[in-house]
Design a protein around this ligand. Structure first.
Ligand code: GSH
Length: 233
């Protein structure tokens, strides 16, 4: 096997809805590396045992196996340093680490509360009991209760993005003129949502909307072509 990416899928193999896996899918495209997609479901724990842990993404690159999206991005830049950089310099990498933690603590939870009902519908039937049990335990509420609150979660989701609006007015990407790994980190929750939910997360006059269009168009529209809902019908 050359390069392969284990990534979370829903009912269909190409309904890819992990924000962490999307980071790496975009990173591989950025690097111009061909890869095979290996769809994975939450209950396919045995399939990942070779990696010594139970989460995706997992990258298999020849004889190397790397897990954790941050470690995979660092590995890709160090191992393929002749290809376009995900981090232009060590300062860019440090700032991307901030974006990662900001995104995971602010944007991911806000996204989840908007899409939770649609997300449950999109997970593979054999994952549903596991998903319900783990997410209800984590969030402290029944999925149905959370789903009923999803409309009021949308303003909170939009507010969670306030720090990036002025940045994306001033420049096309978080990385400046072109996308960097920080952009792929932020793009993850948008693809997570788009894969499972018809909810219109952003108004077309939001500067983040234009940024998302640029991201969806990148690499010949690769992200837009994956199974999901149109961002605006
Ligand atoms: N820190 C990890 C987090 C990866 C992660 O949590 N992946 C989720 C899919 S979005 C997962 O595999 N969850 C398994 C589970 O919930 O059992 C990374 O950045 O790769």
């Amino acid at each position: 096997m050359a390069t392969a990416l284990w990534e979370l899928a829903g009912v269909e193999d190409d309904r890819l809805f992990s924000p962490y896996c999307w980071r790496i899918r975009m990173a591989l495209l950025h690097k111009g590396l061909a890869f095979e997609s290996l769809p994975w479901r939450f209950t396919d724990q045995a399939a990942l045992s070779f990696s010594g842990q139970g989460r995706v993404p997992v990258l298999v690159d020849g004889s190397r196996c790397v897990h954790d999206s941050w470690d995979i991005a660092v590995y890709l830049d160090e191992h393929y340093n002749g290809r376009p950089a995900l981090f232009e310099c060590s300062q860019a990498r440090s700032l991307a680490l901030f974006v990662k933690h900001w995104c995971e603590t602010q944007v991911h939870p806000a996204t989840l509360r908007v899409i939770i009902g649609d997300l449950f519908d999109a997970v593979h039937p054999r994952d549903k009991a596991y998903f319900r049990q783990t997410r209800e335990q984590r969030l402290g509420e029944r999925l149905e209760t959370l789903s009923q609150q999803s409309h009021s979660a949308l303003p909170l989701f939009r507010a969670s993005l306030d720090p990036v609006r002025p940045v994306l007015v001033a420049q096309d990407f978080l990385g400046g003129k072109g996308p960097s790994f920080a952009d792929y980190i932020l793009f993850g929750p948008f693809q997570w949502a788009r894969a499972v939910s018809p909810t219109r997360l952003l108004d077309p006059d939001d500067p983040i909307y234009a940024w998302r269009e640029r991201m969806l168009d990148r690499f010949g529209g690769a992200a837009r072509q994956m199974r999901g809902y149109p961002v605006w019908a």
